[in-house]
Design a protein around this ligand. Structure first.
Ligand SMILES: [Zn+2]
Length: 314
């Protein structure tokens, strides 16, 4: 309960626009607890980087699934409109065939009438009628032929579209399966890492956390905390002067890379991690859990100074 009290009194301290540079020159940071803070920050970076990696792995897949779904919708729309066109053409051809049947019946009837005419005028009139029906019939034949050609073409496109649709649907099924597999495979790890990240964040000074988020969001590789690697910044690979390297090794204050703004931590941070894991962080983690349970406030609001001190005493 003491933890809760402590958090409530120090929480209104989230500083917007904080950077590591402003923290670097800040006077109110306790040098003795700095190493612990830096290690927490480094742990957070490692955890968040693992989460980033999971998202990167999924990265293209959700987009590819979306593209395929759009493509399939396009094919379906085209197929539906083609099907309607085909139906209309078929109906038109059928109606023209019906016209021919009608014309032929009329011709037959007129021919019979012509055989029994009484005068030339009647004969001529019936002959004209027959001629007209024959012309009409020919026109219908031509229309049927033209439309049959169009129908064949439309059906070809229809079949090609249908085959294409089937192919894309298979692709989609495969991509979805792949994505589901990856999500399933990494789901638990993602959840655990997110929880771990939250727990670490709960132990970090809000100002440091704000600076971390800011630098991270601006960095292409999303790295805000980097180790010194062979005398150079692990983020931008610029050389670090020897005196600064010694300061970084000491872990008594925040030291920022003057080229990229990333926070620099000792090369040795990973080395003694094994021992750390067994003792201190475990207590811190359970403390963080307690904090989360007792206050509904966000992890960011949980100022860590008292919590960290408490953890050290334990
Ligand atoms: Zn750098």
């Amino acid at each position: 309960m003491a933890t809760k009290q402590a958090i409530k009194t120090v929480s209104p301290k989230v500083v917007k626009g904080e950077t590591f540079v402003s923290l670097q020159i800040s006077k109110n940071l306790d040098p003795d607890s700095m190493e612990k803070k830096l290690k927490l920050l480094y742990e957070l970076q490692k955890t968040d980087s693992r989460i980033d990696k999971i998202y990167m792995l999924r990265g293209e897949l959700p987009l590819e699934v979306q593209d395929l779904e759009d493509e399939i919708l396009g094919h379906k729309t085209k197929i539906a409109s083609l099907a309607k066109e085909i139906k209309d053409i078929e109906a038109f051809i059928a109606s023209k065939k019906q016209d021919i049947v009608g014309a032929k019946a009329a011709i037959k009837k007129y021919e019979q009438q012509r055989n029994n005419v009484k005068n030339n005028r009647e004969f001529d009139s019936l002959s004209k009628e027959i001629e007209y029906q024959e012309l009409d019939s020919q026109l219908s034949e031509k229309k049927i032929a033209d439309n049959t050609k169009i129908l064949v073409e439309k059906k070809e496109v229809y079949n090609a579209e249908t085959a294409e649709l089937k192919g894309r649907q298979e692709d989609l099924a495969n991509k979805k399966k792949e994505l589901d597999g990856i999500v399933k495979e990494t789901e638990k790890e993602e959840k655990d890492l997110l929880k771990q990240s939250e727990e670490i964040q709960a132990q970090i000074d809000p100002r440091m956390l704000a600076a971390y988020e800011k630098v991270r969001s601006n960095a292409r590789n999303r790295m805000a905390v980097v180790k010194v690697v062979r005398g150079a910044c692990g983020g931008c690979f610029n050389k670090i002067p020897p005196q600064r390297q010694i300061d970084i090794e000491g872990s008594k204050r925040i030291i920022v890379c003057e080229y990229c703004g990333r926070i620099l931590v000792s090369e040795k941070f990973d080395e003694d991690e094994e021992g750390e894991k067994k003792s201190a962080p475990k207590t811190e983690a359970s403390d963080a859990k307690e904090v989360k349970k007792s206050t509904k406030t966000s992890a960011k609001e949980a100022e860590t100074k008292p919590a960290a001190k408490k953890a050290t005493k334990k």
